[in-house]
Design a protein. Structure first.
Length: 246
């Protein structure tokens, strides 16, 4: 049975995949907690044999992977064919939450994974677009990060203890917020603002979620303990303070 709090990230770099992988590194750094076990395969390690080995060794509850795709197939580093409809590897995904940041896989591969026992699937039913007007891994460019921050909000939400449906809803909400930023917010003055907004609208419209809606791979984050306001008085020149909720 897949292990709670274990996340596997497959991060190819070549063929324009570094753009998505860079943003996922940012999301992991911001979202991880001490109870998360994070397994990352990047660049030359994002290849079939090492992906298989990581799944079998760590038994992750969540697998996120970026790669080029088709309706039937997901490819990893250097566009190496990894997962396809009817592949024996489909069995490795049973009971797991899978997000493929990859074009078109929601047409047939995603439903096939669910049919064969995957717990939940996130992906896109048409080509997934992104802006490359700035260098990848440039932290100051919201333009190149925009679609990936939205699409991969699923992972941030799951790591925060949201269930699978809530993570999808957060994903769509994040798209809406980003579209607003580029149309009527501070981003509207960017020279390519209308293009970026349109790309966001397209990617949001093709975002698919399938499978179990209440699965939760991590516990909810602890609620912060409220600090009660303090009342103070002066007695004999000394300042005393105490909580009004003693």
């Amino acid at each position: 049975m897949p292990k709670m709090n274990v996340y596997l990230f497959v991060m190819p770099w070549r063929h324009f995949l570094r753009w998505s992988s860079c943003v996922m590194e940012e999301i992991i750094a911001r979202s991880r907690r001490p109870w998360h076990q994070i397994v990352v395969l990047e660049d030359g390690d994002a290849v079939p044999d090492k992906i298989d080995e990581a799944i079998k060794t760590y038994d992750p509850a969540v697998i996120w992977a970026v790669g080029h795709g088709s309706p039937d197939t997901y490819t990893c580093e250097c566009m190496t064919k990894y997962l396809w409809v009817g592949s024996p590897r489909v069995d490795l995904f049973k009971g797991r939450i899978v997000h493929l940041n990859s074009c078109l896989t929601a047409r047939r591969l995603g439903p096939h994974l669910i049919e064969k026992g995957a717990l939940a699937y996130y992906g896109s039913r048409e080509p997934f677009y992104f802006y490359i007007g700035d260098p990848c891994c440039w932290p100051n460019s919201r333009a190149v990060r925009a679609v990936f921050l939205c699409e991969n909000q699923t992972i941030a939400s799951l790591m925060a203890g949201k269930n699978t449906l809530e993570a999808h809803q957060d994903r769509l909400r994040r798209y809406e917020e980003e579209i607003e930023y580029w149309t009527v917010g501070p981003g509207k003055d960017h020279p390519h603002a209308s293009l970026i907004a349109r790309v966001l609208e397209v990617d949001m419209s093709i975002a698919v979620f399938l499978g179990e809606e209440t699965a939760r791979p991590s516990p909810p984050l602890p609620r912060p303990i409220p600090i009660a306001p303090l009342l103070s008085t002066v007695l004999g020149g000394a300042v005393l303070a105490w909580s009004q909720y003693r």
